[in-house]
Design a protein around this ligand. Structure first.
Ligand code: PSU
Ligand code: MN
Length: 356
């Protein structure tokens, strides 16, 4: 064990220069095995050895969000989901990298014990958005990362594919409250492709798409024309682009990367077999929205409040549908990550001209 670990670190040293002060180049971030983090500088991203190894060898890696574990689902289904999604990613030939901040250390790739800890903490874990990152690190707190914080930490580590359930968006009434998820601005500047089932209809989907356009985020329907609405395959809004295969999605991600652009959102619709349950959930959504307004729930509490009430009001139907769409997103995201790794390898070998 000891020997293997030190050999791994030696192999990695050749690829990753420890220079945590330089945030602009992912390759220069300090990386260490996750059990040896004693002297890691505050803010340095620590990669799990399996993730560091996959990246160093040009393998496919898929980042996974942790707020969906802590705040998105109840225990123990959340732990089961987190494990299952990692297993799906592995089975399709990619390395899973769940992202979180544990005891003040940003981590890309977790052990099973870490997953369990986040799942058990549930809503007692901090919900960490981009703005919360410095304070959580400085105070050595433990937090689950939202799409925005997951995307930024994944990008710093050099991971460009990310799977979750749904993205945040412009909240209803957001034109007055200015409650616009930091997920949207993050994707405008961070080169990560998020595979999700779209945005929930608790949000204002047309305004969310407008905002993504302003931010220059590439929005893509995966195999569908419409941008999906989480529990429903249809939102009434067309996505500006369509990807027909993992290879095509990978070429889009590669083109954005080559030009130094920001992120993208791939809307993967909920599988048809689970959409019926989704319709039932719509009524629960409408009621939860009315309650949030009556109770004047505000800010970062809005999304967790709505998710919890929808689950309670729909009697478990929403949880079933949610689990099904996350599994599906993991399959698609892993396939695209594998295609992307292949594409990058072909370009390195000069086998294919351009690749766009
Ligand atoms: N949508 C879901 N499930 C979730 C979230 C959104 O269907 O768990 C979480 C994600 O972590 C997302 C965050 O990044 O909520 C957005 O929160 P806010 O609206 O406060 O930005
Ligand atoms: Mn908000």
């Amino acid at each position: 064990m000891e020997v293997r670990a030190s050999r791994r670190v030696a192999a990695l040293a050749g690829h990753l220069v420890p220079s945590p002060s330089d945030a602009s180049s992912p390759k220069k971030w300090l990386t260490m095995p996750c059990d040896g983090g004693a002297s890691v500088a505050a803010g340095a991203v620590v990669l799990h050895p399996s993730v560091a190894e996959a990246l160093a060898s040009g393998g496919a890696v898929v980042a996974l969000e942790s707020t969906i574990v802590s705040h998105g689902m109840p225990y123990p289904q959340n732990l089961q989901m987190a494990r299952e999604v990692e297993a799906i990613v592995r089975a399709r030939g990619a390395t899973p990298a769940t992202v979180a901040i544990l005891d003040g250390v940003p981590r890309v790739g977790l052990d099973d014990a870490d997953l369990r800890r986040l799942a058990e903490l549930g809503a007692r874990a901090r919900k960490v958005s981009r703005r919360d990152v410095p304070a959580v690190i400085a105070r050595r707190e433990t937090g689950a990362t939202t799409v925005s914080a997951t995307a930024l930490l994944a990008a710093r580590a050099g991971v460009s594919v990310f799977v979750t359930g749904g993205v945040g968006g412009v909240h209803r009434g957001g034109e007055a409250s200015m409650d616009v998820s930091a997920d949207l601005t993050e994707l405008g500047k961070t080169p990560v492709a998020v595979f999700c089932a779209g945005a929930k209809s608790v949000l204002d989907i047309p305004r969310t798409l407008e905002f993504l356009e302003t931010q220059g985020v590439a929005v893509v329907g995966y195999g569908v024309k419409e941008f999906p609405a989480f529990f429903s395959r249809s939102s009434g809004c067309d996505a500006p682009a369509v990807a027909a295969s993992p290879e095509q999605a990978a070429r889009m991600i590669r083109a954005a990367k080559t030009l130094g652009l920001g992120g993208s959102v791939f809307g993967v619709p909920i599988p048809e077999a689970h959409e019926a349950a989704g319709r039932e959930v719509q009524r629960a959504i409408d009621r939860a929205l009315a309650e949030a307004e009556a109770m004047r729930v505000k800010g970062a509490d809005v999304t967790p409040f709505l998710l919890k009430r929808i689950r309670e009001l729909s009697g478990g139907a929403s949880l079933e549908a949610n689990l099904a769409l996350v599994r599906n997103n993991a399959e698609v995201g892993a396939d695209v990550a594998v295609a992307l790794a292949r594409l990058a390898a072909e370009e390195r070998e000069g086998g294919e001209e351009g690749g766009v």
